[in-house]
Design a binder for this molecule. Structure first.
Ligand SMILES: [Zn+2]
Length: 252
């Protein structure tokens, strides 16, 4: 009787230990959200320190994607991450989110072929009124959707949302969603704040417009379902390690 009792205790102990380790694997991993801007060679010799800082060359982007691939990272879309936070579903091990801001044509020319080579996905935040010249056009954006990339909103005209009155704010967040959806025949569910500028009013306008989540900038908290409209992100610079901590240089 005593022996059986001890075995039972040991069994319960082992079972709860195994169960705890299983839960450990499911624990939310702090998924890095990386932010890219332009790619390729300099547009002009007059490039500012800021423009240079945000531009990643084709060679370095290739090195960065190789780094992610060699180190077992799994890029997912921003929407997939939000969906997982909201519904508490599992993500691939070492998930990472590659986001591309402003819809620069150089993203399509230089970054997309490299993403395709590595079978990586990503999220493109588009300014819905900027779709010509040095920005991707509707054909480029349509092509991205057919290739499985997420197209998301970066507002209509890239204003500082915190400085707008309620009417203009609503127009920027609702208008861009509607335009992208109508032109591309897709559902737009996420947004990135221009210049990371947001506050409670802005977040609630974004929520009311029907977005499921949004990307903010740097913040002290860890990303979770509680911060779904202000998920923190980090900018990538022209360094072979995409997680390089280098900050924005002082401008002249
Ligand atoms: Zn932007």
């Amino acid at each position: 009787m005593n022996k059986t009792f001890y075995f039972l205790i040991i069994f319960i102990f082992c079972f709860s230990f195994l169960n705890a380790s299983a839960k450990e694997i499911k624990k939310p991993y702090n998924v890095p959200i990386l932010v890219y801007h332009s790619f390729g060679p300099a547009h002009s010799k007059k490039e500012s320190a800021m423009q240079k800082h945000y531009r990643v060359t084709e060679k370095v982007f290739e090195q960065q994607m190789k780094y992610l691939s060699d180190n077992g990272y799994h890029p997912i879309t921003f929407y997939s991450y939000i969906n997982s936070l909201k519904n508490n579903t599992e993500l691939p091990e070492k998930a990472v989110i590659l986001t591309f801001d402003d819809g620069w044509k150089t993203q399509y020319t230089y970054a997309v072929p490299i993403l395709e080579k590595y079978h990586f996905t990503g999220t493109f935040f588009i300014i819905s009124k900027n779709t010509n010249g040095s920005y991707m056009n509707w054909d480029n954006l349509k092509d991205l959707t057919t290739k499985g990339f997420e197209i998301a909103s970066h507002t209509e005209t890239h204003p500082m949302l915190t400085k707008l009155d309620a009417v203009k704010l609503k127009k920027e967040v609702e208008g861009s969603k509607k335009t992208l959806e109508d032109k591309l025949g897709i559902k737009v569910t996420t947004l990135a704040y221009p210049n990371y500028m947001q506050n409670e009013t802005v977040r609630s306008a974004v929520k009311s417009a029907g977005y499921l989540g949004a990307r903010g900038g740097w913040a002290k908290f860890k990303n979770s379902a509680d911060h779904i409209y202000e998920l923190t992100s980090q900018e990538v610079v022209n360094n072979p390690n995409p997680f390089s901590e280098k900050r924005v240089p002082d401008l002249p």
